[in-house]
Design a protein around this ligand. Structure first.
Ligand code: BG6
Length: 475
């Protein structure tokens, strides 16, 4: 016994990291466009440095990205050649509503995604669509303060009303917010939040989180009304937190670190604010303002499945002496001495995937969907332009084995697996191109030079075999 027969193998991307075409087809400017590559990026995506437009000093990689806006037919053809059953992509909100607050959508933007979804179906590929993957129209940032403002719920509702109707029959699987817990770690990237000096950041983050949670419930409601076949999922940046030692203080610390993330999914899947969160928010005086009917919406419109990204496990200690952090990671955590790390300092822990899957399944008892997993690495093409990325194959093989154990040995119900970045794209964390995840190499560098030519890496044929054997042949 292995994976289910209709297991959804594929790959995942996000509009802002691959599409480019930032000013084409009537598209408006978004927060993700004005986030530069390089040393200032982290301050910008954390909402600490005000960058609301382009300047001449910085390079903004999302403007052109890998130009999937013009290459999507070629790229989807390559995905089909690998045998993809699903392709996870996201809708750029500002393609559909350039400012975010219009009443009428932009037909050119709608048409673009219609063509893209039809192209997927041409090859029997089921689209899996993230409604917002870190993007928020800039007009909503500058005029409304983004998700801190309740009005965003209504604008997001308009977006959902339009896309669910327009893509009925073309899209069945939807995710409401990519890595909804990102709002706590990189709030400008996660939710368009920028903080003025002296503001209570935590209070604003949880108010904005409440708005997103209500918006997510409304999206789920509309999706089910428009088409009862629609399946809606939440999306968590997951990764179990291990206590650094068996000292009860470390265990307690680890449990609370996990709860910080589970909070979002507890609401989206169980339909109510968990008691531990209410207590904590009351203690800190950061309980969000709610409107009448919010709690009912949350209760009545919970998600159908739990999707998540997994790159690494995390570690927590109550001992101030244990303080060595992992590098290069928005979700920085204590270094686990038992694990190796990628070139960007992301720790590699395949068994952690099995542990995370079991925890999520035990907690929610709903089908899981792994919608991101992969290795960001520097690839060096040989004289023929070929990349022998055995390191990537090793990483994915080990994780797929662990995922198989969770399914076969532990009985976890898993709908599918989409690797992150099946084609090289711009890194969300650093804005670099050289942090590559793909089975397909794209000729483009950190400064935007290159022909954009696509070529297959060694892992391309390997993943093709994995899919053809439904995860049996991993060699
Ligand atoms: C997830 C995001 O956090 O990790 C993706 O959903 C992102 O958008 C991926 O690209 C990998 O992170 P990075 O920083 O290596 O691009």
């Amino acid at each position: 016994m292995g994976f289910r027969k209709d297991f959804l193998w594929g790959g995942a991307t996000a509009a802002n990291q691959c599409e480019g075409g930032y000013n084409e087809g009537g598209r408006g400017l978004a927060n993700v466009d004005v986030s530069p590559v390089g040393k200032d990026r982290f301050a910008v995506i954390a909402g600490k440095m005000k960058m609301f437009d382009f300047d001449d000093e910085h390079f903004y990689p999302a403007k052109e990205a890998i130009d999937m806006y013009h290459h999507f037919r070629e790229d989807i053809k390559l995905f089909a050649e690998m045998g993809f059953k699903t392709y996870r992509c996201s809708i750029a909100w500002s393609r559909i509503f350039p400012n975010g607050d219009e009443t009428e959508p932009n037909e050119e933007g709608l048409k673009f995604y219609e063509e893209l979804f039809k192209e997927c179906h041409k090859y029997g590929i089921e689209p899996l669509v993230t409604i917002t993957h870190f993007d928020c129209p800039m007009h909503l940032v500058t005029e409304y303060g983004a998700w801190r403002n309740r009005k965003l719920v209504g604008f997001y509702e308009n977006l959902c009303n339009v896309i669910f109707r327009r893509y009925k029959g073309l899209v069945k699987y939807w995710l409401t917010f990519n890595e909804i817990n990102m709002i706590l770690h990189a709030p400008f990237m996660g939710a368009g939040l920028y903080f003025e000096e002296g503001e209570d950041e935590e209070k604003i983050k949880y108010q904005a989180a409440h708005h997103e949670l209500v918006a997510s419930a409304i999206a789920t409601k509309i999706a089910h009304e428009v088409d009862p076949n629609n399946m809606v999922g939440c999306m968590l940046a997951a990764g179990q937190t291990y206590p650094y030692s068996c000292h009860p203080n470390d265990v307690w610390k680890g449990m609370n670190a996990d709860r910080e993330n589970y909070f979002f999914i507890d609401v989206q899947s169980r339909g109510q604010y968990p008691k531990y969160a209410i207590k904590e928010m009351e203690r800190k005086g950061i309980m969000p303002v709610m409107e009448e009917g919010d709690l009912e919406l949350l209760k009545n419109h919970t998600v159908d499945f739990i999707s998540f990204s997994y790159y690494s496990s995390r570690c927590a200690s109550a001992d101030p002496e244990v303080n060595k952090l992992t590098e290069g990671n928005i979700f920085a955590s204590l270094k686990n001495p038992y694990l190796d790390a990628s070139e960007w300092g992301w720790q590699i822990d395949p068994l952690g995937l099995r542990i995370t899957m079991n925890t999520l399944y035990d907690r929610y008892q709903k089908p899981l969907f792994i919608v991101e997993n992969g290795l960001g690495a520097i690839d060096t093409p040989d004289e023929n332009g070929y990349v022998k990325d055995d390191y990537r194959i090793d990483y994915l093989r080990a994780h797929i084995k662990a995922m198989r154990d969770a399914v076969v040995e532990d009985g976890v119900d898993l709908l599918g697996y989409t690797t992150w970045g099946p084609i090289d794209l711009v890194s969300a964390g650093t804005g670099e191109m050289k942090k590559r995840y793909g089975f397909i190499y794209v000729d483009r560098d950190n400064e935007g030079n290159g022909t954009l030519k696509r070529s297959k890496k060694k892992s391309f044929d390997w993943y093709k075999k994995v899919i053809a054997s439904n995860g049996e042949d991993l060699e």
